[in-house]
Ligand binder design. Sequence first.
Ligand code: PGA
Length: 252
Amino acid sequence: MRRKLVAANWKMNGDDALTETYLLAQNKLEASPCDVLICPPATLLRSLSETFRNTNILVGGQNCHHEADGAFTGEISASHLRQCGASHVILGHSERRLGQGEDSHTVARKVRRAREVGLDIILCIGETFQQRESGLALDTLEGQLVRSLPSEQVRPESLTIAYEPVWAIGTGHAASSNDIVEVHSFLRQKCVELLGGVGGKDVRLLYGGSMNPGNAAKILALPDVDGGLIGGASLNPGSFARIAAASGGRSH
Ligand code: PGA
């Protein structure tokens, strides 16, 4: 049985005021039946992790560099995230793959670096609308998954895969239940092939893309959906807490 994870991705949004409103929702978040993770912009990481220090609410980064340190102006390292109290890092989000030209090879190097300092990974993969329309969704996802993992095995308990169809992110149009079930069962099978029967079943598979309090219960009850990665709806802690409350806690 996998414990579900509901993760907030604030992206380049949020400020001290949002941290304050999250603090007001602390009781609700702590009462969630699943793991709860908040990934704010890097500048808010330390204050958020201090705010939630003695709680079961986790905080994480949204990206890290693939090198440990050095002359990389404007970048942030995995150990910087760790020092600010992060337990997780989101890697390979489509807004970085497509917007910042990040390829799967680079993502794999980031995964390795993050694991070296003990960060758990939320590895995002997702097809574009054109790839889906051309019947290339599953091939695209398999390619991203295989190439975004480093050659040495990542401990399955420290790995979460987030399926985020690019066309569903921030559009208000979540993928259909049929599409989610098809992709998640495919990804489960691929994880078993890559990580072995036991390990492949321990990896959490999240869905992300226009999840909100209205559709969360239905999506989070689908087979092999072990939680969600929430963008827009996480900018309202009340909405985010309702999604976490709808998660059901564990997957079979
Ligand atoms: P969304 O974003 O919930 O706003 O669609 C999800 C994500 O990009 O992680």
